[in-house]
Design a binder for this molecule. Sequence first.
Ligand code: SF4
Length: 324
Amino acid sequence: MAEAPQKPLLRVVMCSPRGFCAGVVRAIESVERALAIYGAPVYVRHEIVHNRYVVESLKAKGAIFVEDLAEVPDDGAPVIFSAHGVPRSIPEEAAKRGLFALDATCPLVTKVHREAEIHFRRGREIVLIGHAGHPEVVGTMGQLPAGAITLVQSLADVERFVPRDDGNLAYVTQTTLSVEDTGTMVEALKARFPNIVGPHKEDICYATTNRQAAVKRVAPIVDAMIVVGAPNSSNSQRLKEVAERAGCPRAILVQRGADIDWGFFDGVTSIGVTAGASAPEVLVEEVLGAFADRYALEIETVSAAEEDMFFPLPRPLREEQAAE
Ligand code: SF4
């Protein structure tokens, strides 16, 4: 019998940390816990986290995803707000209708909401560095009356920005931005408005920072970088950009093992692998499995940080848990 041809060798460098962050774990557990306590259906406003696999798995367990509170019936079923946060009008509307709302907004996003509120109370005009249309940006801007926050997305926006009073300004940022780009925009804001106040560093969260730091280390030493994550996941998109900028000749976002465009990896002898904060490790394993079908893998890990962040579940779920 003829021997099977030997698979080509592929060096695989795993980025650490990668994948789920504490805010995503909390959000997913909130839905699972609510399903276990109250039974199906549990309504979830917006994708609980930006990952189709996660959303489909929760749908299979009885979660119903809606974009509008109007789609939630007044029958006592819980409605959960996603990790990205919501404008203030949403919990207000839920309270007015007597809906049983559970807020799975990541505590690090809530922290940005509180910062913005404090600046507003102190009479400051607020600049938000972020991406238009992202639910986190919609949620942060929706904490305050229209006009209180101006969104800037680029250096050009910073240059164009005309404040009402340039001596009374503050800035906040989206949590999932590129550390480097945001640093540059903050510098530009400070150069134009030396008295602008802001957070100690910026509001980019620990998970975004650590995942980008790991990619920066791995990108220059591999032929291609794979980011397991969804196209609508801001932090996954940033990881791909960071890899490209850190000198990786090819970087690609992959959602599932079956989606891999093998032509992209022609001639590649080493790959780096990371995952966005909303991508489960099971999908990383699936992607590695697809590579293992074609290559003999030599796997190593490069670590940029240790993580032990944990956020407790929203209070009503914690209390139910304690009462059991
Ligand atoms: S990426 Fe950061 S801000 Fe977003 S859910 Fe995770 S920990 Fe929270």
